[in-house]
Design a protein around this ligand. Structure first.
Ligand code: ATP
Length: 440
């Protein structure tokens, strides 16, 4: 029998997200707002852990990258210099029959509506930037934009960070923050939305070393996703051909993931040449060149960019981790999330609600809580409690039983193997730390 649409992995992940409190439709009680989503209690933990994981690898573990948090609203001239006012457009077509809108470059048969087969209008260029007004008067002179990428906030702070941090080129600036694009066709849950978060790093280099650094960052970023727990075989590079290459880029590779809806971009790695700093020099009138005091050369640095979507990474982690595992008499739903990013690190259960077991379990929870996000559960059969934790990706479950009261030990069950071992209560923290801490 053909698979029902509701059986697809995406539908299952979307349903799990809602049911377990990872992701909700925004403004749901008002009927929802298209392509906007809210992260619930488990979703926000997962998202924070993903950002933390990225920050550790891109900033904390490195001496040559500094962090930044630039404002979302910036001087409107920035978007003229960057090319976004003139060129950040997608080709828009409308169906004359069913009135649906599409991105012309996403339509398979040119001129034909993919939904109803009707005739499509000619292409119009549609600027993706959200506009608003600064101050009380809504006139052209007061137009500001919600940033469509975080990168420009980094470029315009190139000198500030250089001078205050005493870095020398080559060095990088990293930033995590919201970006907004008025996408023509958002979709596939949180894959493409109009408001999203980016995790971007811009690495400033001497022009004749750009190709070398580009290769370095390609490798680093691919290895990063494997460390994040994503299945290696589902990741691949896609090099941009001449027709895909952005106006600023000399070379570009996407890291793609095999999503259930196709091979799609997860992150872009770009050699942006000196386009950005040269343009900001021209538009601001400020000298953004760099003097290398070892080689006694002055140059405008080239930029190697690594640009990842946070929400898209989160979707990748969920889709990649989701499994309906066939057991002997049962099917177990489990999220095989890397322990470092799992929303809840450990659950603590008293085997039964008496004989001092809940008290001992609570004591353990209190000891662990300052260090990990932990969860206490005494409801229902122990097997059901394990399953509830498997479904939200909790890597470890600790059970307090009658033996615990005698010899101060607990059983610890690992999510993926379902193997259990008995360890001393006073070693639990170290045990978890060894398996959960993010390492370079
Ligand atoms: P596309 O061609 O698919 O619109 P893009 O090539 O314009 O995407 P970039 O500008 O390279 O995308 O953006 C960098 C990263 O930001 C992407 O790899 C993606 O992870 C994330 N991203 C971009 N647009 C969106 C969006 N609308 N929703 C969620 N994430 C996004």
């Amino acid at each position: 029998m053909a698979k029902q649409k509701s059986d697809t992995i995406m539908d299952k992940v979307v349903s799990l997200c809602k049911r377990k409190g990872f992701i909700f439709q925004s403004s749901e009680i008002y009927g929802g707002l298209n392509s906007c989503y809210d992260y619930g209690p488990l979703g926000i933990e997962l998202k924070r852990n993903i950002k933390d994981f990225w920050w550790k690898h891109m900033v904390q573990f490195r001496a040559d990258i500094e962090g930044l948090d630039a404002s979302i609203l910036m001087h409107p001239r920035i978007w003229e210099a960057s090319g976004h006012v003139a060129g950040f457009t997608d080709p828009l077509v409308d169906c004359k029959k069913c009135k649906q809108r599409f991105r012309a470059d996403h339509v398979e048969e040119p001129g034909v509506c993919p939904a109803c087969g009707g005739e499509l209008t000619d292409e119009r260029q549609f600027n993706l930037m959200f506009k608003t007004f600064m101050g009380p008067v809504e006139e052209q002179a007061n137009v500001v934009y919600l940033r469509p990428e975080t990168a420009q906030g980094i470029y315009v702070n190139f000198l500030n960070v250089l001078q205050s941090s005493r870095q020398k080129v080559p060095y990088g600036i990293a930033q995590i923050g919201k970006a907004f694009r008025n996408e023509i066709t958002p979709g596939n849950f949180i894959f493409r939305t109009r408001e999203f978060e980016q995790m971007e790093m811009q690495f400033f280099v001497k022009p004749d070393t750009a190709t070398e650094w580009f290769e370095y960052w390609k490798q680093q970023r691919m290895e990063y996703y494997v460390k994040l727990g994503i299945t290696k075989e589902k990741l691949a590079f896609h090099q941009h051909g001449p027709d895909e290459l952005a106006h600023y880029a000399a070379d570009a590779f996407d890291i793609e993931y095999q999503f259930p809806f196709g091979n799609m971009e997860l992150e872009g790695i770009h050699n942006r040449t000196n386009f950005d700093l040269s343009r900001h020099q021209e538009y601001s009138g400020k000298d953004l060149s760099y003097f290398d005091d070892q080689t006694r050369e002055r140059f405008v640095p080239y930029i190697i960019e690594t640009s990842a979507g946070c929400d898209r990474t989160l979707l990748t982690c969920l889709v990649d981790a989701y499994e309906e595992e066939q057991l002997e008499n049962d099917v177990r739903t489990v999220l095989h999330l890397a322990p470092e990013i799992a929303p809840v690190k450990a659950a603590v259960f008293p085997l039964v609600k008496r004989d001092g077991m809940p008290e001992l379990a609570m004591k353990l929870i209190d000891e662990l809580r300052p260090h990990f996000n932990v969860f206490y559960d005494h409801g229902g059969a122990i097997g059901r409690r394990y399953r509830r934790m498997d479904e939200v990706g909790t890597p470890f479950c600790l059970t307090v039983d009658s033996e615990s009261l005698e010899n101060q030990t607990v059983t610890i069950r690992e999510r993926d193997s379902m193997q259990q071992e008995r360890i001393a209560i006073d070693t639990v923290r170290k045990y978890l730390e060894d398996r959960i801490t993010v390492r370079p």
